[in-house]
Design a protein around this ligand. Structure first.
Ligand SMILES: Cc1ncc(COP(=O)(O)O)c(C=O)c1O
Length: 392
């Protein structure tokens, strides 16, 4: 990896104070008009609606860290083989769970398929968090951890970022207490692209034997390191994988939770038995079968990521080293103009300025080498167009 231009310090004013219960973070804008409709729980009224900018996404989609090209053609063939009568039956996931477990070297009892990792998070949070229980996590991170934490009435201990967005290992260890019920770590993390080491994850599991330690490996295929093999030996470890990223199946909604058999029993007590639909179940074995396609796509992204980091370095654009399929850059004050001007050129990126420590930052998904080279030319032109200058 080329030497990375050192990015300026995160702005402390942007950071959420650590160790603040979600319910005590002050009033939030009331999102629903008053009406005679039944009123939700008080804590739901205090929540902000999470509303990702999904509308009108035409162009090169470098905004949601999806696969930017396509899924394996074998998946399309599996879809084409579905008959009308197949849709009349409720989906049955046990046999596909066995296939997934075998492909990952796990026992079938250790694997739960979910409707995307989002459902995995929801079910896990519902299973482990009572109101007031502590959910500990570094920030910035994936938004749904907080959403489901708020809905459960949990107390959020959100660790503000380090200057360089490195995984805050020592502070996280120090923040574990007897109230900690769940620790959520995206590894690699979004939007920063940084990762915790296996040794650090093991130390966290050991320090918090009373808590569930959730390791979200959504971006595993662009990183290559995993703790999945520790399922079965580390009792409080729970690992998620998604089929939305490298596999290119975000539209099918498929995720996987690996955990000790006993934990799976509790998760299965909470989850809907039908939440993974039969189209997704029919496609998953085909996706797993096409290892060559997966390896090709991940290889493209890793090569393109190195090219992107090198170009940003050349341009003097502050960035953070990433082991995922995106790079976070700091544009500075003109971040919104940058995103908008790039959109006009047909390239979508994600403004992350609202995230803790990310003032002026934009996250750019890495696709194939050809797409990235096109995007980099457009990014360079856009920086000139908006009059971007290196911050000193
Ligand atoms: C860290 C992380 N976990 C989970 C997800 C969502 O995964 P899924 O599409 O399987 O719900 C995302 C999506 O961006 C993510 O960044």
């Amino acid at each position: 990896m080329p030497e990375i231009t050192k990015a300026p310090k995160p702005n402390p004013a942007e950071q959420r104070p650590a160790e603040q219960p979600i319910a005590e973070q002050g009033p939030r804008e009331a999102s629903a008009p008053s009406s005679r409709a039944p009123q939700p729980r008080a804590l739901v009224k205090r929540m902000r609606e999470y509303h990702p900018p999904l509308g009108s996404r035409t162009g090169l989609r470098l905004d949601f860290n999806e696969n930017t090209l396509a899924c394996s053609p074998r998946v399309l063939a599996a879809l084409a083989g579905i008959a009308a009568a197949d849709l009349t039956r409720y989906p049955e996931r046990a046999s596909v769970e066995r296939t997934v477990a075998a492909s990952l070297g796990l026992d079938a009892e250790q694997v739960l398929l979910t409707n995307g990792v989002d459902e995995a998070i929801h079910v896990l949070w519902q299973t482990f968090l009572d109101p007031g229980d502590e959910l500990l996590m570094p920030t910035p991170t994936y938004a749904m951890y907080e959403v489901y934490g708020s809905a459960a009435g949990a107390s959020l201990k959100a660790l503000p970022p380090e200057d360089d967005f490195r995984f805050p290992f020592e502070r996280l260890l120090g923040a574990i207490c007897e109230k900690t019920r769940l620790i959520a770590i995206a590894n690699p993390n979004s939007p920063t692209g940084s990762a915790a080491t296996r040794k650090q994850i093991l130390a966290i599991c050991e320090r918090a034997p009373h808590a569930a330690v959730f390791i979200d490996e959504a971006y595993f295929h662009f990183f290559g390191e995993t703790v999945l093999d520790l399922i079965g030996t580390v009792p409080n470890l729970i690992v998620a994988r998604t089929f939305s990223k490298a596999y290119g199946l975000a539209g099918l909604r498929l995720g996987m939770l690996a955990a000790a058999e006993e934990t799976q029993h509790w998760l299965r007590t909470v989850i809907s038995p039908y939440s993974v639909n039969s189209l997704a179940l029919a496609c998953l074995p085909a996706a797993l079968d096409d290892r060559a396609y997966l390896d090709w796509y991940a290889g493209e992204v890793k090569a393109a990521r190195a090219e992107m980091a090198a170009r940003f370095l050349q341009l003097g654009l502050p960035q953070w080293p990433s082991v995922a399929n995106f790079i976070l850059v700091r544009i500075g004050q003109r971040h919104a103009a940058f995103v908008e001007a790039l959109r006009r050129r047909g390239i979508l990126t994600r403004d992350r300025s609202q995230d803790a420590g990310c003032e002026g930052c934009v996250r750019i998904t890495v696709g194939t080498r050809a797409q990235t080279s096109q995007a980099l030319d457009a990014i360079e032109e856009t920086l000139r167009e908006i009059g971007w200058e290196k911050e000193r």
